[in-house]
Design a protein. Structure first.
Length: 341
């Protein structure tokens, strides 16, 4: 197996810096668009053979150092009692948003068995990968799931989310506790099915102040990472807009801390501490730039990593649907060539 990714997670020496991309399986690939012409996102996610097929599409095309199972962070919401729809051109829409304590109480605690189609997709993908690269499992973090559930979809300012936090902290903590317990069970089932690392996506947590993050989020994220320590796989903790809370993300947990593009990698790593690995942190939009500019930015990130064990190259967030596919391929090659030990 190509073990660069797992070695970097453990801060062990590697022959060159491993690279994978968030949303590396998706709409920028013609293979994926062909499947989406036939199936909805939820159909792809809930059909293990198709989810595994999508997972392998970028691995078959590029020399990436890890695969990530094709799924969606919002999948746990449905079995908990939240009506979820992926509206064409609008993204996720929740038809019964959580707006009060009674709605929080109604949410079902599930053990993850209701999402076993994801575990089955992991088993299919592991067989198809046949040891080529490790497979990453993932889930959305409590704050990000809560913000979707409360807002009813995406948000610019998270007004309703913060209103609940501030006006009814008891309801807030009950909601976050439910999500933390569900996510822990869900990720444990992914690991048992064969996920060789897991990533917790807290995509929207950057909207919080450091004080609010410590008070309203950290205890619940700790439940997840503490609950999975015995599983023995590397755990990645990712968020965007998190420069102000990187030290606290370390405290919340994770063997690897994801870094977005708004901060220099070396400065972020100093905040996180060099006893943790880091992942990142190229601005996704740089992949639309000319190749010479992409190379300049890749070189800068690698220079800031300084050859220290424990750096995984990634974007600061996911690949965009219109990303030039040749630029994706070129960037992977640049990382490998420029980081040769």
């Amino acid at each position: 197996m190509n073990e660069r990714f797992l070695k970097a997670c453990r801060r062990e020496p590697v022959d060159c810096t491993p690279v994978w991309f968030m949303r590396q399986a998706g709409r920028y690939m013609a293979e994926y668009r062909a499947l989406r012409a036939k199936y909805s996102i939820l159909e792809l996610c809930k059909t293990p053979e198709l989810a595994a097929q999508v997972t392998l599409q970028p691995i078959d095309r590029f020399p990436l150092d890890a695969a990530i199972i094709f799924a969606d962070i919002l999948l746990p919401l449905e079995p908990m009692g939240i009506q979820l729809e992926f509206a064409e051109g609008e993204g996720p829409v929740i038809h019964n948003p959580i707006r009060d304590r009674a709605a929080v109480e109604r949410l079902r605690l599930i053990d993850g068995g209701e999402l076993d189609y994801v575990a089955e997709a992991i088993r299919h993908a592991r067989r198809a990968l046949n040891g080529r690269v490790p497979l990453i499992g993932f889930a959305g973090a409590p704050f990000t799931l809560a913000s979707y559930a409360i807002e009813g979809g995406g948000s610019r300012n998270y007004l309703r989310t913060k209103q609940m936090m501030y006006a009814d902290p008891t309801a807030w903590h009950k909601l976050m506790d439910k999500f933390a317990r569900v996510i822990t069970g869900y990720l444990r089932r992914q690991i048992k099915a064969g996920a060789q690392a897991i990533q917790l996506f807290d995509s929207w947590v950057g909207c919080l102040s450091a004080g609010d993050y410590l008070e309203y989020v950290v205890p619940h994220v700790q439940v997840i990472f503490d609950g999975l320590k015995r599983e023995g796989v590397p755990m990645i903790h990712f968020g965007t807009g998190t420069t102000a809370i990187l030290r606290h993300m370390r405290e919340a947990g994770g063997d690897v801390i994801g870094i977005d593009w708004r901060v220099h990698l070396d400065e972020a790593w100093a905040m996180v501490g060099h006893d943790r690995a880091v992942q990142g942190n190229l601005d996704p939009l740089v992949l639309f730039a000319p190749l010479h500019e992409i190379e300049r930015r890749v070189e800068d990130i690698l220079r800031r990593a300084g050859g220290r064990a424990g750096h995984i190259f990634n974007l600061g967030h996911g690949i965009l649907p219109s990303m030039p596919i040749d630029h994706v391929a070129a960037t992977i090659d640049m990382v490998h060539k420029l980081s040769q030990r």
